[in-house]
Design a protein around this ligand. Structure first.
Ligand code: KIV
Length: 279
Protein backbone atom coordinates (compact mmCIF):
# COMPACT_ATOMS: atom_id res chain seq x y z
CA UNK A 1 0.00 0.00 0.00
CA UNK A 2 1.33 3.47 -0.88
CA UNK A 3 2.40 5.44 2.18
CA UNK A 4 0.85 8.90 2.65
CA UNK A 5 3.50 10.99 4.34
CA UNK A 6 1.84 14.37 3.84
CA UNK A 7 0.09 15.93 6.82
CA UNK A 8 -3.66 15.73 6.47
CA UNK A 9 -6.43 18.02 7.69
CA UNK A 10 -7.27 15.62 10.59
CA UNK A 11 -3.53 15.52 11.52
CA UNK A 12 -3.51 19.31 11.81
CA UNK A 13 -6.80 19.45 13.67
CA UNK A 14 -5.57 16.82 16.13
CA UNK A 15 -2.80 19.21 17.18
CA UNK A 16 -5.33 21.64 18.71
CA UNK A 17 -4.64 21.95 22.43
CA UNK A 18 -1.70 19.50 22.21
CA UNK A 19 1.02 20.81 19.96
CA UNK A 20 1.50 24.09 18.08
CA UNK A 21 0.88 24.17 14.34
CA UNK A 22 3.77 25.95 12.62
CA UNK A 23 3.06 27.59 9.29
CA UNK A 24 4.84 29.90 6.86
CA UNK A 25 4.29 31.30 3.40
CA UNK A 26 6.35 30.16 0.41
CA UNK A 27 6.22 31.01 -3.25
CA UNK A 28 8.82 28.83 -5.00
CA UNK A 29 10.30 25.35 -5.09
CA UNK A 30 13.61 26.11 -3.35
CA UNK A 31 12.06 27.59 -0.25
CA UNK A 32 9.21 25.07 -0.23
CA UNK A 33 11.82 22.30 -0.06
CA UNK A 34 13.73 23.98 2.77
CA UNK A 35 10.57 24.67 4.76
CA UNK A 36 9.48 21.08 4.30
CA UNK A 37 12.87 19.70 5.35
CA UNK A 38 12.87 21.98 8.39
CA UNK A 39 9.55 20.47 9.50
CA UNK A 40 6.96 23.19 8.77
CA UNK A 41 3.41 21.80 9.08
CA UNK A 42 1.55 24.08 6.70
CA UNK A 43 2.78 26.12 3.75
CA UNK A 44 0.57 28.94 2.52
CA UNK A 45 1.11 30.05 -1.06
CA UNK A 46 0.02 33.51 0.05
CA UNK A 47 -1.32 36.26 -2.15
CA UNK A 48 1.36 38.36 -0.40
CA UNK A 49 3.31 37.09 -3.44
CA UNK A 50 1.62 39.97 -5.26
CA UNK A 51 4.01 42.41 -3.53
CA UNK A 52 6.87 40.13 -2.54
CA UNK A 53 7.33 38.18 -5.76
CA UNK A 54 5.60 40.18 -8.49
CA UNK A 55 6.17 43.72 -7.25
CA UNK A 56 2.54 44.91 -7.20
CA UNK A 57 1.51 47.66 -4.75
CA UNK A 58 -0.91 45.41 -2.84
CA UNK A 59 -2.55 41.98 -3.04
CA UNK A 60 -5.45 42.98 -5.30
CA UNK A 61 -3.93 42.64 -8.80
CA UNK A 62 -2.59 39.07 -8.53
CA UNK A 63 -4.54 36.65 -10.74
CA UNK A 64 -5.50 32.99 -10.51
CA UNK A 65 -3.03 32.18 -13.29
CA UNK A 66 -0.16 33.87 -11.41
CA UNK A 67 -1.12 32.17 -8.13
CA UNK A 68 -1.27 28.78 -9.86
CA UNK A 69 2.26 29.11 -11.27
CA UNK A 70 3.55 29.73 -7.72
CA UNK A 71 1.38 26.97 -6.20
CA UNK A 72 2.71 24.42 -8.69
CA UNK A 73 6.29 25.41 -7.88
CA UNK A 74 5.69 25.09 -4.12
CA UNK A 75 3.91 21.76 -4.50
CA UNK A 76 6.91 20.35 -6.41
CA UNK A 77 9.14 21.20 -3.44
CA UNK A 78 7.12 20.14 -0.39
CA UNK A 79 6.23 16.52 0.33
CA UNK A 80 5.22 16.59 3.97
CA UNK A 81 3.65 19.98 4.68
CA UNK A 82 0.00 20.62 3.91
CA UNK A 83 -0.07 23.17 1.07
CA UNK A 84 -2.77 25.85 1.06
CA UNK A 85 -3.44 28.08 -1.96
CA UNK A 86 -4.58 31.62 -1.15
CA UNK A 87 -7.62 32.55 -3.21
CA UNK A 88 -6.87 35.89 -4.86
CA UNK A 89 -9.21 38.87 -4.90
CA UNK A 90 -12.25 38.33 -7.19
CA UNK A 91 -11.63 34.58 -7.52
CA UNK A 92 -14.37 33.75 -4.96
CA UNK A 93 -16.65 36.79 -4.71
CA UNK A 94 -18.51 36.76 -8.05
CA UNK A 95 -20.51 33.55 -7.68
CA UNK A 96 -20.46 30.27 -5.77
CA UNK A 97 -19.81 28.41 -9.04
CA UNK A 98 -16.71 30.53 -9.78
CA UNK A 99 -15.52 30.13 -6.20
CA UNK A 100 -15.79 26.32 -6.39
CA UNK A 101 -14.16 26.26 -9.83
CA UNK A 102 -11.23 28.47 -8.80
CA UNK A 103 -10.75 26.69 -5.47
CA UNK A 104 -10.75 23.38 -7.32
CA UNK A 105 -8.03 24.65 -9.66
CA UNK A 106 -5.68 25.04 -6.66
CA UNK A 107 -6.11 21.30 -6.00
CA UNK A 108 -6.34 20.05 -9.58
CA UNK A 109 -3.67 22.23 -11.20
CA UNK A 110 -1.76 23.77 -8.29
CA UNK A 111 -1.00 20.63 -6.28
CA UNK A 112 -2.48 22.18 -3.11
CA UNK A 113 -4.53 20.30 -0.52
CA UNK A 114 -6.67 23.24 0.62
CA UNK A 115 -7.47 26.89 -0.09
CA UNK A 116 -7.63 30.01 2.06
CA UNK A 117 -10.52 32.46 1.82
CA UNK A 118 -10.46 35.90 3.47
CA UNK A 119 -13.54 37.13 5.30
CA UNK A 120 -16.03 36.34 8.08
CA UNK A 121 -19.82 36.01 8.04
CA UNK A 122 -20.03 37.51 4.54
CA UNK A 123 -18.08 34.60 2.97
CA UNK A 124 -19.73 31.76 4.92
CA UNK A 125 -21.98 30.74 2.04
CA UNK A 126 -18.87 30.47 -0.11
CA UNK A 127 -16.96 28.46 2.53
CA UNK A 128 -19.97 26.12 2.77
CA UNK A 129 -20.16 25.65 -1.01
CA UNK A 130 -16.42 25.09 -1.44
CA UNK A 131 -16.13 22.61 1.44
CA UNK A 132 -19.27 20.80 0.20
CA UNK A 133 -17.41 20.36 -3.10
CA UNK A 134 -14.69 18.50 -1.18
CA UNK A 135 -12.19 21.35 -1.00
CA UNK A 136 -10.91 22.11 2.52
CA UNK A 137 -10.98 25.79 3.46
CA UNK A 138 -8.68 27.71 5.80
CA UNK A 139 -10.62 30.82 6.85
CA UNK A 140 -8.96 34.21 7.54
CA UNK A 141 -10.54 36.84 9.80
CA UNK A 142 -9.40 39.99 11.58
CA UNK A 143 -7.19 42.08 9.33
CA UNK A 144 -7.93 40.74 5.86
CA UNK A 145 -5.48 42.49 3.49
CA UNK A 146 -7.79 42.23 0.44
CA UNK A 147 -10.17 44.56 2.36
CA UNK A 148 -7.49 46.70 3.99
CA UNK A 149 -8.92 49.90 2.54
CA UNK A 150 -12.44 49.28 3.94
CA UNK A 151 -10.89 48.29 7.29
CA UNK A 152 -9.09 51.63 7.52
CA UNK A 153 -5.63 50.31 6.60
CA UNK A 154 -3.34 47.70 8.12
CA UNK A 155 -4.70 48.08 11.66
CA UNK A 156 -5.30 45.79 14.61
CA UNK A 157 -8.93 44.60 14.46
CA UNK A 158 -11.32 43.92 17.34
CA UNK A 159 -10.00 46.55 19.74
CA UNK A 160 -13.31 48.19 20.62
CA UNK A 161 -16.39 46.35 21.84
CA UNK A 162 -18.32 46.43 18.56
CA UNK A 163 -15.46 45.22 16.43
CA UNK A 164 -14.45 42.59 19.05
CA UNK A 165 -18.04 41.24 18.92
CA UNK A 166 -17.97 41.29 15.13
CA UNK A 167 -14.66 39.39 15.07
CA UNK A 168 -15.96 36.82 17.51
CA UNK A 169 -19.09 36.34 15.38
CA UNK A 170 -16.93 36.03 12.24
CA UNK A 171 -14.69 33.37 13.82
CA UNK A 172 -17.68 31.33 15.04
CA UNK A 173 -19.43 31.67 11.67
CA UNK A 174 -16.48 30.44 9.57
CA UNK A 175 -16.04 27.45 11.89
CA UNK A 176 -19.74 26.62 11.62
CA UNK A 177 -19.53 27.01 7.83
CA UNK A 178 -16.98 24.18 7.72
CA UNK A 179 -13.52 25.83 7.68
CA UNK A 180 -10.92 23.35 8.96
CA UNK A 181 -8.92 26.12 10.70
CA UNK A 182 -8.88 29.90 10.85
CA UNK A 183 -6.13 32.49 10.52
CA UNK A 184 -6.51 35.35 13.03
CA UNK A 185 -4.58 38.36 11.75
CA UNK A 186 -3.79 41.43 13.90
CA UNK A 187 -6.12 40.63 16.77
CA UNK A 188 -5.57 41.61 20.44
CA UNK A 189 -4.09 38.62 22.26
CA UNK A 190 -6.90 38.31 24.84
CA UNK A 191 -9.53 38.14 22.11
CA UNK A 192 -7.46 35.61 20.12
CA UNK A 193 -7.07 33.49 23.28
CA UNK A 194 -10.84 33.59 23.90
CA UNK A 195 -11.61 32.65 20.27
CA UNK A 196 -9.05 29.82 20.48
CA UNK A 197 -10.69 28.49 23.66
CA UNK A 198 -14.22 28.41 22.24
CA UNK A 199 -13.68 27.28 18.63
CA UNK A 200 -13.60 23.56 17.85
CA UNK A 201 -11.10 24.19 15.01
CA UNK A 202 -7.46 25.36 15.27
CA UNK A 203 -6.65 29.07 15.20
CA UNK A 204 -3.45 30.14 13.44
CA UNK A 205 -2.26 33.54 14.56
CA UNK A 206 -0.32 36.27 12.82
CA UNK A 207 -0.10 39.24 15.15
CA UNK A 208 -2.62 37.54 17.45
CA UNK A 209 -0.48 36.64 20.46
CA UNK A 210 0.83 33.36 21.84
CA UNK A 211 -2.41 31.55 22.76
CA UNK A 212 -3.40 30.58 19.21
CA UNK A 213 -3.16 26.91 18.24
CA UNK A 214 -0.55 27.79 15.66
CA UNK A 215 1.48 30.63 14.18
CA UNK A 216 2.11 31.83 10.64
CA UNK A 217 4.49 34.48 9.31
CA UNK A 218 5.33 35.77 5.87
CA UNK A 219 8.64 34.09 4.94
CA UNK A 220 10.55 37.17 3.65
CA UNK A 221 9.62 38.97 6.91
CA UNK A 222 11.03 36.15 9.06
CA UNK A 223 14.19 35.94 6.94
CA UNK A 224 14.83 39.68 6.97
CA UNK A 225 14.65 39.56 3.18
CA UNK A 226 12.06 42.30 2.99
CA UNK A 227 13.38 45.48 4.58
CA UNK A 228 10.58 47.90 3.56
CA UNK A 229 8.79 47.96 6.89
CA UNK A 230 8.46 45.62 9.83
CA UNK A 231 5.06 45.11 11.46
CA UNK A 232 5.29 44.86 15.27
CA UNK A 233 4.29 41.18 15.19
CA UNK A 234 7.20 40.15 12.97
CA UNK A 235 10.35 38.67 14.46
CA UNK A 236 13.31 38.57 12.10
CA UNK A 237 15.19 35.31 12.55
CA UNK A 238 17.88 36.21 9.99
CA UNK A 239 19.22 39.15 8.01
CA UNK A 240 19.08 37.81 4.47
CA UNK A 241 18.83 41.21 2.75
CA UNK A 242 21.97 42.47 4.50
CA UNK A 243 23.89 39.21 3.97
CA UNK A 244 22.65 38.95 0.39
CA UNK A 245 23.80 42.47 -0.48
CA UNK A 246 27.22 41.77 1.07
CA UNK A 247 27.57 38.61 -1.02
CA UNK A 248 26.55 40.48 -4.18
CA UNK A 249 29.04 43.31 -3.51
CA UNK A 250 31.80 40.73 -2.98
CA UNK A 251 30.91 38.98 -6.25
CA UNK A 252 30.96 42.29 -8.14
CA UNK A 253 34.34 43.30 -6.75
CA UNK A 254 35.89 39.83 -7.27
CA UNK A 255 34.77 39.75 -10.92
CA UNK A 256 36.11 43.27 -11.46
CA UNK A 257 39.42 42.43 -9.79
CA UNK A 258 39.82 39.15 -11.70
CA UNK A 259 39.62 37.06 -8.51
CA UNK A 260 36.60 35.14 -9.77
CA UNK A 261 36.53 32.72 -11.51
CA UNK A 262 39.68 31.06 -10.12
CA UNK A 263 41.41 27.89 -11.36
CA UNK A 264 39.05 25.64 -9.40
CA UNK A 265 36.00 27.14 -11.17
CA UNK A 266 37.44 26.70 -14.69
CA UNK A 267 37.67 23.84 -17.22
CA UNK A 268 40.80 22.79 -19.13
CA UNK A 269 41.57 21.59 -22.65
CA UNK A 270 43.84 18.55 -23.01
CA UNK A 271 47.42 19.16 -24.25
CA UNK A 272 46.54 17.23 -27.40
CA UNK A 273 43.58 19.47 -28.33
CA UNK A 274 45.55 22.60 -27.46
CA UNK A 275 48.38 21.52 -29.72
CA UNK A 276 46.01 20.74 -32.58
CA UNK A 277 44.38 24.19 -32.21
CA UNK A 278 47.77 25.85 -31.89
CA UNK A 279 47.01 27.55 -28.57
O1 KIV B 1 -0.92 36.17 1.83
C1 KIV B 1 -0.41 35.99 2.94
O2 KIV B 1 0.82 35.99 3.11
C2 KIV B 1 -1.30 35.80 4.08
C3 KIV B 1 -0.69 35.74 5.44
C4 KIV B 1 -0.59 37.13 5.96
C5 KIV B 1 -1.47 34.88 6.37
O3 KIV B 1 -2.49 35.75 3.91
Amino acid sequence: MASYSRLTIPDLQAKKGREKIVALTAYDVLWARLLDEAGIDLILVGDSAAMLVLGYEDTLPITMEEMLVLARAVSRGARRALIVGDMPFLSYQVSLEEAIFNAGRFLKEGGCQAVKIEGGEEVCETIRAVTRAGIPVLAHVGLTPQRASSLGGFKVQGRDLDSARKLLADAKAVAEAGAFAVVLECVPQELAAHITSILPIPTIGIGAGPACDGQILVLPDLLGLFEGFRPRFVKRYAQFAKEGKNALKKYISEVKEGLFPAEEHSFKLSEEVKKALGI
